[in-house]
Design a protein around this ligand. Structure first.
Ligand code: G3I
Length: 388
């Protein structure tokens, strides 16, 4: 059990143990380490009987979560919990290119329409994820064609998709994950097939096309790693600011930045750097959405109480930092319950224990993480107003 008298912060503890090598060693070392680590117990807030969307709504902040049509259809207990807590539905996969346009010109909006209807029936807003990405797109899209042909594919996909949902969409992730400093470009852009076929102008083309197809949706640039306390994080923040500043200077209709915030309990974020970064984004006149929030507990000990408490502290620390910026208008978790998280497939624990990254446990019960989200929302200033 963690010992709050040891004085060693939980981050120092995890980092010290993490230095012993692979996560396997870390999880066993964590239990073997004689030193404990401190974390602040998270208590149930007074308004814990409310759903997260009400608590957020009291401050004119949106609380949302990602899910899929298949999950809502298959699991009534999850659907009920989702309806209770969620004020904005983000399709985890159902609006990605591979689903929406599997063959050129052949569109499948059925899953997206079903989710839009579910959102409307449960008084939720609906957001689109995502129009242009380098993953989950069919092999024919943007590959082995001329720049003009790729631009035509991109324009057609965005026009058909965004106009189909026009009037029902709070916001779109128009371009997702276009920055990748490791690719070595001076502009920090990722060498996706869109960049290599069309050139950097694909981003402007995507936003202008989306604005024409849906003049009312908030058009968002979405990316990850923007909170990291590392040189990679520094380059990601710099590249994103450079991209957004350039687009806005050219009159491109961008309305928001999406910070994915796939956090890890064992990798710190830098509150000062993050605060400075989101201030610069706000100074550009953009709204900021936290779009894919979760906290991976892979490197934490097996003990559930310990894991849940450390994960809750990460939620609270991160949300208190970002919500201090009034331009932050939405908090969206990537999933709602541990029963359905991408991390089970992509970042399973080495000890085989089910991961616990989200506000509800696999039985739809509230965890300290949910209370931590509520605490951060209760503590933040009410927003003047929110464009819906
Ligand atoms: O739909 C097929 C199904 O027919 C098949 O039976 C099953 C087993 O092979 O696979 C299903 O497709 C899976 C799909 O999710 C839908 O569940 C893919 O294998 C799987 O790779 C895909 O993973 C998604 C991942 O993006 C793909 O990169 C995750 O669910 C999704 O949470 C994740 O989300 C991304 C965001 O879009 C962008 N930001 C990062 C985030 C996490 O990677």
């Amino acid at each position: 059990m963690p010992d709050s008298t040891s004085g060693i912060s939980r981050r120092q503890f995890v980092r010290r143990c993490a230095g012993f090598g692979a996560a396997m060693a870390v999880s066993s070392a964590l239990s073997a380490c004689s030193i404990g680590f401190s974390y602040k117990p998270t208590t149930e807030p007074d308004n814990a009987d409310l759903g997260l969307k009400e608590v957020a709504g009291q401050k004119s902040v949106l609380f949302g979560a990602a899910t899929m049509q298949a999950t809502l259809l298959a699991d009534p207990s999850f659907a009920a919990a989702f309806a209770n807590h969620v004020g904005l539905l983000a399709p985890e996969n159902d609006l990605k290119w591979e689903t929406v346009e599997p063959q050129p010109g052949i569109f499948n909006f059925a899953p997206g329409d079903w989710l839009a209807d579910f959102a409307a029936q449960h008084d939720m807003l609906f957001r689109g994820h995502c129009l242009v990405w380098h993953q989950q797109i069919p092999s024919w899209a943007g590959a082995n064609v001329s720049a003009a042909a790729a631009a035509a594919q991109l324009t057609s996909h965005i026009t058909e998709t965004a106009s189909h949902f026009a009037g029902r969409m709070h916001s779109w992730d128009v371009v997702n994950e276009a920055i990748n400093p490791e690719d070595g470009r001076s502009d920090g852009l990722r060498k996706t097939r869109w960049l290599q076929t069309i050139g950097p102008s694909y981003i402007e083309l995507a936003f202008r096309t989306a604005a024409e197809a849906d003049p009312h949706a908030l058009l968002t640039y979405n990316d990850y790693g923007l909170e990291l306390d590392s040189s990679d994080g520094d380059r990601r923040r710099a590249g994103t600011l450079k991209l957004l500043s350039g687009l806005l200077a050219a009159g491109v209709p961008v309305h928001a930045l999406g910070i994915q915030a796939h956090l890890r309990a064992d990798v710190r974020f830098n509150a000062t750097k993050l605060t400075d970064f989101i201030q610069h984004v706000a100074d550009l006149g953009l709204q900021i959405f936290i779009t894919e929030l979760d906290v991976a507990d892979r490197a934490l000990p097996a003990d559930i109480q310990t894991r849940d408490s450390v994960v809750a502290n990460v939620y609270q620390d991160f949300l208190q930092t970002v919500l201090a910026q009034p331009a932050v208008k939405a908090i969206i978790t990537w999933g709602l319950s541990d029963r359905y998280t991408w991390l089970s497939q992509y970042a399973p624990r080495f000890d085989g224990q089910p991961v616990r990254p989200l506000p509800l446990d696999a039985s739809m019960k509230a965890k300290p993480a949910l209370w931590a989200v509520m605490d951060a929302l209760n503590a933040t200033e009410a927003r003047a107003s929110r464009r819906i």
